[in-house]
Write a protein that binds this ligand. Structure first.
Ligand SMILES: Cc1cc2nc3c(=O)[nH]c(=O)nc-3n(C[C@H](O)[C@H](O)[C@H](O)COP(=O)(O)O)c2cc1C
Length: 302
């Protein structure tokens, strides 16, 4: 049977499939449905320094081939996360990566430093790219901004540091280079694309926050191109995310250069999507006589 093992810097994962932040909460709702130990890694919903209530409703709009969300990073804050979520997550084996968000470099640092002391936390995913939170945006949009925040966070932790990029910038590969140069262990691409929807009867934006982030099948080609370019220009691993709904989509990302993949919107349609995707990757590899996942990574590049 094919081996799905993969490596992201110093982290060894038994397979490349993990949840995309914010679409899996902290795992509690999924644990009754499948064994979380099947996952390659667990990625938490965003954690900020202080609790956040999130945005006004409506927060989700289902569109053709995509989902529009403006959750606004609702979370219990770093201390709440340690107190309320870690005890549950201690019951599972996959590496735990905490998605971190903040209003300024210092706030990101404070969150990372607080959580760094917790042995269950295996690494951090730095969310530079949330289009729903005005002040977070600046870090993720310029070469110098990404360099500054990655350098600062590199000093705050020796654990794996993944930088998650926004697609809402002219040259994501350039930002990937900035993060790599400043010591990131991996790049995660992509977060949601900026978007909105209008209620034509009420003559108003549908989302309570007006604007939101677009995810799901419609963003897959955008994400694939960014992953392709990152793979071409970087030496650190790239984790692909955006519109992965089945095993074939995941294999496309691997062949474009992803070392692992994250599944987001698909979890809302089928809470066992990640397990199905894992099974589909394995059976595709078996039927194509691919023995090791490594053989697929970047295979579409000339
Ligand atoms: C409801 C929802 C909440 C999200 N929350 C976060 C978050 O807290 N932090 C983050 O980095 N990305 C967040 N994202 C973005 C996803 O992690 C992912 O990058 C994006 O949805 C693209 O993947 P997908 O098409 O598979 O959903 C969220 C996405 C959705 C749909």
């Amino acid at each position: 049977m094919a081996s799905l093992e993969t490596r992201i810097g110093m982290l060894h994962l038994k397979n490349p499939v993990m949840p995309a932040s914010g679409t899996f909460g902290y795992g509690e709702e999924f644990a009754p449905l499948f064994d979380l130990n099947e996952l390659g890694a667990i990625v938490s919903k965003a954690v900020s320094l202080h609790p956040r209530p999130g945005n006004l409703p409506p927060r989700l709009v289902e569109l053709k081939s995509s989902l529009l969300n403006s959750i606004g990073l609702q979370n219990p804050g770093a201390e709440g996360f340690l107190r309320e979520k870690i005890p549950f997550l201690e019951g599972f084996e996959p590496p735990l990566i905490v998605n971190v968000v903040g209003n300024g470099i210092e706030e990101y640092q404070e969150v990372v430093e607080k959580l760094d002391e917790c042995p269950r936390v295996d690494g951090f995913e730095i969310n530079l790219s949330c289009p729903n939170v005005k002040r977070g945006l600046e870090f993720g949009t310029t070469h110098s901004g990404v360099e500054r925040i990655t350098t600062a966070l590199r000093q705050s932790t020796r654990k794996p540091l993944w930088v998650k990029l926004s697609p809402n910038v002219p040259d994501p590969a350039d930002l990937g280079k900035a993060a790599e140069g400043a010591g990131a262990d991996a790049i995660v691409a992509i977060n949601t694309l900026g978007g909105m929807a209008v209620d034509i009867e009420k003559k108003r934006p549908i989302l309570g926050a007006q604007f939101g982030g677009v995810s799901g099948p419609a963003v897959k080609p955008v994400a694939l191109k960014i992953v392709w370019n990152l793979y071409k220009h970087l030496t650190i691993p790239v984790i692909g995310v955006g519109g992965i709904m089945n095993g074939r989509d995941a294999i496309e990302f691997l062949m474009a250069g992803a070392t692992a993949v994250q599944v987001g919107t698909a979890n809302f349609i089928n809470p066992c999507a990640m397990i199905d995707i894992l099974r589909e990757i394995r059976s595709w590899m078996d039927s194509h006589e691919v023995g090791r996942l490594e053989e697929l990574i970047g295979a579409a590049h000339p």
